[in-house]
Design a protein around this ligand. Structure first.
Ligand SMILES: [Zn+2]
Length: 395
C-alpha cells in the first residue's frame, strides 16, 4: 500500500516537484508556493464606512460585517444590505481558486477557459495534479506498447514511465503558463495512475495543501462520473470531497489552521448532461453553471497543443473545443462554454440573473444563431506542425 503513495517520480522543475511520502506528509517541494499563507479573512466583502448607505450611523451599527448583517436583518433594510454586499464602499478581495485534476491535462482540458478568466481578473489560480498520468493514452507507454506481443521487462518499463511523466510535467507547466497560472502554483502529487483508489494518505496530503493554499473555490471532477465505477476522475472527485471536509478541521502534525472552502464546482460531465430548462433535469444532477469562454477559446486550444504526449495537439485540440465546449456553449447561446456542477446552493440578496443571460434573452433568433456560429481561429502553430512532422504527435 505504501508503495502506491511513495514518491514514484521526483522531478524538480522551476520550483515544482513531484513527490509525496508514505506518511502522507506534503514535502516542502509539493507545498512550495510563495503565496499560500494568506488568511481566509481576505475573502469576501470588507465594508468600509459602516452604515454609509443606510439610515444607521456607524456608531449605531458598528463597523464590522457581522454588525452590519445583523442590523440589515433587523431593519429589513435593502439599502443597508446592499452596502454590505454590493455597495461602492465595499471591496471584494481576489478569489482563490484551486483546480484539482486526476491526470495532468485534466485541469485545463476541463476548465482552462475559466482559469484564464479568473487569472485575468486578478484572482489567485492554482492547480493540483494527482497522478503523473504516464499511462493515460500516452504515445509511448500506451500506444507503442499496445500492438506488441510482449512488453519490455519491469525495469525498462518503469524507466520509460518516469521519462514520460517528466515530459508530461513540462507540458502541463507550459500549458498552464499560457493561461497565466504561475509554475510555483502548479502542484503534483506524482501518484501512479495504474489503479487509483480512494485512500487516506492522499486525502491527508490534499487536505494539508488546502489548509496551506486556502482556496475559496475548489474545482474538480464530479464524484459520480461514470457512476463512480473504475473512474480515476470519479475517485479524484471523491477524495477531494473528503479532503475539503478534513481541511476544515485540525490534523496533528500540521500546524496550519483549518480552512473552509466556500464552494466546490465539479467539471461538467458532457453535453448530454446539460439542460436547457428545469424540465430537462428529471430530478437528477445537471450542469448548472456555465462560463462563456469564447474570448479565451484560442488559449485553451494552445494549451491542448502542448499536450503532444497524448496526441492532443493539432486537429484533436480543435475538434475537442468544437465538440465539448461548443456543445456546452450551444445550450447557453454562447459559441464556447465550460459547464460546471455546483456543490452547494448559493445565497444572494436579489435573484441572480447574469448580464450575459439578459443580453442573450433580448437577442433575436437570427442574432443568437449568428453569435453561436462564431468559430475560433487557431492555426496550428509552426512548432506543433514541426513536432507532428517529427511524429511526436499522433494524427
Ligand atoms: Zn483525466
Amino acid at each position: 500500500m505504501c508503495c502506491f503513495f511513495r514518491v514514484s517520480i521526483a522531478i524538480v522543475l522551476m520550483g515544482v516537484s513531484l513527490g509525496c511520502d508514505a506518511r502522507g506528509d506534503l514535502s516542502p517541494a509539493v507545498t512550495g508556493s510563495t503565496e499560500r499563507n494568506r488568511s481566509s479573512s481576505h475573502v469576501g466583502v470588507v465594508p468600509s464606512g459602516g452604515g454609509q448607505a443606510g439610515t444607521a450611523s456607524e456608531a449605531e451599527v458598528g463597523s464590522n460585517e457581522s454588525d452590519l448583517a445583523f442590523e440589515a436583518a433587523r431593519r429589513n433594510d435593502p439599502a443597508l444590505e446592499n452596502a454590505r454586499t454590493n455597495g461602492s464602499a465595499a471591496k471584494v478581495a481576489p478569489l482563490r481558486l484551486l483546480v484539482i485534476g486526476a491526470h495532468p491535462a485534466d485541469v485545463f482540458d476541463q476548465s482552462g477557459g475559466t482559469m484564464a478568466h479568473h487569472v485575468k481578473r486578478g484572482d489567485w489560480v492554482g492547480c493540483l495534479v494527482l497522478t503523473h498520468g504516464a499511462r493515460v493514452h500516452d504515445k509511448v507507454v500506451s500506444d507503442e506498447m499496445f500492438p506488441r506481443k510482449e512488453i519490455p521487462d519491469a525495469q525498462e518499463v518503469k524507466k520509460t514511465i518516469l521519462e514520460r511523466a517528466d515530459l508530461k510535467t513540462k507540458e502541463i507547466l507550459r500549458a498552464c503558463s499560457i493561461l497565466g497560472v504561475r509554475a510555483e502554483n502548479v502542484f503534483f502529487l506524482g501518484a501512479d495512475d495504474a489503479v487509483l483508489l480512494v485512500n487516506e494518505p492522499m486525502i491527508r496530503q490534499m487536505a494539508r495543501l488546502i489548509r496551506k493554499l486556502r482556496p475559496d473555490v475548489v474545482v474538480t471532477h464530479f464524484p459520480l462520473e461514470n457512476a463512480g465505477i473504475a473512474s480515476q476522475h470519479a475517485t479524484t472527485g471523491q477524495m477531494v470531497m473528503h479532503a475539503v471536509h478534513f481541511a476544515a478541521g485540525i490534523d496533528p502534525g500540521d500546524k496550519t489552521a483549518p480552512h473552509k472552502v466556500t464552494q466546490v464546482f465539479f467539471f461538467g460531465i458532457g453535453a448530454a448532461a446539460t439542460r436547457t430548462d428545469l424540465w430537462d433535469s428529471q430530478g437528477g444532477f445537471h450542469n448548472d453553471v456555465f462560463i462563456d469562454i469564447t474570448d479565451v477559446a484560442a488559449k485553451k486550444i494552445a494549451c491542448l497543443d502542448e499536450v503532444a504526449s497524448q496526441g492532443y495537439g493539432g486537429a484533436y485540440a480543435r475538434k475537442r473545443i468544437e465538440s465539448i465546449d461548443g456543445a456546452f456553449g450551444s445550450r447557453v447561446k454562447a459559441p464556447y462554454a465550460e459547464g460546471f456542477i455546483s456543490l452547494k446552493s448559493t445565497t444572494h440578496y436579489y435573484l441572480p440573473v447574469s448580464k450575459l443571460d439578459l443580453e442573450h434573452s433580448k437577442s433575436s433568433d437570427h442574432k443568437a444563431i449568428s453569435r453561436s456560429s462564431y468559430r475560433v481561429k487557431a492555426p496550428v502553430p509552426q512548432r506543433v506542425r514541426k513536432r507532428r512532422a517529427e511524429k511526436s504527435i499522433l494524427e
